[in-house]
Design a protein around this ligand. Structure first.
Ligand code: PLP
Length: 456
């Protein structure tokens, strides 16, 4: 029988009541501990609280998310010139959200077929899992043909990373994850919440606003053997700086030598270069070496399915048997977390990738999105070079790839961008070029030059 104890509110002050409640909570906690220490649980201790006293008193207010919080601040700004370059979401030249035509066509087909809303299996939609792995590794890749990949549909890129993190925590409790410095802000949250320790490897060199390749190799080499190395498959977020194909080979050499496990985060396949195959080449380089590895995939950007939460975790194993067991354990972890994934986005992807006509149209639309972003990048570079009389070399902007540009602006300078110029961006100096139009490049160049030279 559950026991409960009530405190009398009486005339005691709220502070005294809180103190009493805490004591009661502590006592209750001890009792629960004792039950479990004895190896038996003979019931739950119900913690009751007095009138006017909340159990949530000690819950502190969480800070806003550094990326999503930028959009909130943008919404609250009433200025006409405001620009939201914070969140990584593609906008049209008119700065409006974009739903791909192939997505609309796939949804029309789905509606006509009158498909039901029954639960998916824990691993997701079979047709989705097939095409997503083929899109990533290539349909004729031996790892696919031999059944060496465990693929599980999950909740977009974030959910796929989180599921893999739970798997690492359970099966590799001694392992550490190495993250690039800097990395997408949510990586640290994901591994923290999964109780997976992480450390950083050098990646960004502020002197060149480029890759610190030697530092990266040194740090990966220095890490304990058998670490997970988180790599951005393409369009590194936040820097937009990717290793060259030759550098990827050297990274693979070190990872192989150290018996590390590569863990690719592929959130921009097709969106970086405009080609699905080119953007998957880093992953395929590692797979061709016969390495076991993890890949988290997302369709938020390349199909514009942000809110559908569609993605997958793929684990390439040495043998088909391993893949079967790994998949069974991923399912086991997913079941108590979210039971099974949503169907709508999975059907869209399966219809688009599985239909040669729609697939062709998708590739064209993706080239269009990547192309618009590249044009904006070029225009911003030109405006900066024309306006900056100091002769500073801004060509690093052209060397970066994908949605983002790392401007090299520091925190104070980024704050000036927002406070003075109404340009909303993350405080690390990152701007999303996919949220910029050609016509706003000049304004942005003025803002960057002012912030760079007049704020230290
Ligand atoms: C590097 C990286 N990984 C993963 C994600 C995950 O995005 P989502 O959960 O929307 O698929 C993002 C999104 O910005 C990203 O930039």
């Amino acid at each position: 029988m559950a026991s409960s104890t009530m405190l009398s509110a009486g005339l005691a002050s709220p502070a005294a009541l809180r103190e009493n409640t805490k004591k009661l909570g502590a006592a209750a906690g001890r009792r629960v501990g004792e039950f479990f220490l004895n190896g038996k649980c003979s019931g739950r201790v119900k913690m009751a609280v007095a009138v006017n006293v909340s159990r949530f008193e000690d819950v502190t207010l969480a800070p806003p998310d550094p990326i999503l919080g930028v959009s909130e601040a943008f919404k609250a700004d009433t200025s006409d010139v405001k620009l939201n370059l914070g969140v990584g979401a593609y906008r049209t030249e008119e700065l409006q959200p974009y739903v791909l035509n192939v997505v609309k066509k796939a949804e029309k087909l789905m509606l006509e077929r009158g498909e039901n809303k029954e639960y998916l299996p824990i691993e997701g939609l079979a047709a989705f899992n097939k095409v997503t792995a083929e899109l990533l590794f290539g349909a004729d890749n031996p790892v696919i043909q031999l059944g060496r990949v465990a693929t599980v549909q999950s909740l977009s890129g974030t959910g796929s990373l989180r599921l893999a993190a739970a798997f690492i925590q359970r099966y590799f409790p001694e392992a550490k994850v190495l993250l690039s410095s800097p990395t997408w802000g949510n990586h640290k949250n994901i591994f923290n919440d999964a109780r997976v320790p992480w450390s950083e490897y050098r990646y960004y060199d502020p002197r060149t606003v480029g890759l610190d390749f030697e530092g990266m190799l040194e740090d990966i080499k220095a890490a304990q053997d058998g670490s997970f190395v988180l790599l951005h498959g393409c369009a590194h977020n936040p820097t937009g700086i990717d290793p060259t194909p030759e550098q990827w080979e050297k990274i693979a050499d070190v990872i192989e030598e150290k018996n590390h496990i590569p863990f690719f985060d592929v959130a921009y396949q097709g969106f970086a270069s405009g080609s699905l195959d080119v953007d998957a080449s880093s992953v395929r380089t590692f797979v061709a070496r016969g390495l076991e590895l993890f890949v988290a995939q997302s369709y938020s950007k390349n199909l514009g399915l942000y809110a559908e939460r569609i993605g997958a975790i793929n684990v390439v194993c040495s043998f088909p048997d391993d893949a079967t067991r790994v998949k069974s354990q991923l399912k086991r972890l997913a079941r108590p977390m979210y039971s099974n994934p949503p169907v709508h986005g999975a059907r869209i992807v399966a219809n688009v990738v599985g239909d040669p006509t729609l697939f062709g149209e998708w590739k064209q639309e993706m080239e269009l999105m990547a192309g618009r972003t590249k044009n904006v990048r070029q225009r911003l570079f030109e405006n900066l070079s024309e306006k900056d009389e100091s002769g500073k070399d801004w060509s690093f902007i052209l060397k970066q790839i994908g949605m983002f540009s790392y401007t090299g602006l520091n925190k104070a300078q980024s704050e000036n961008m927002t406070n003075k110029w109404h340009v909303y961006m993350t405080k690390d100096g990152r701007i999303s070029l996919a949220g910029l139009s050609l016509s706003k490049c000049e304004y942005l160049a003025d803002a960057i030059i002012d912030s760079f030279y007049n704020v230290s």
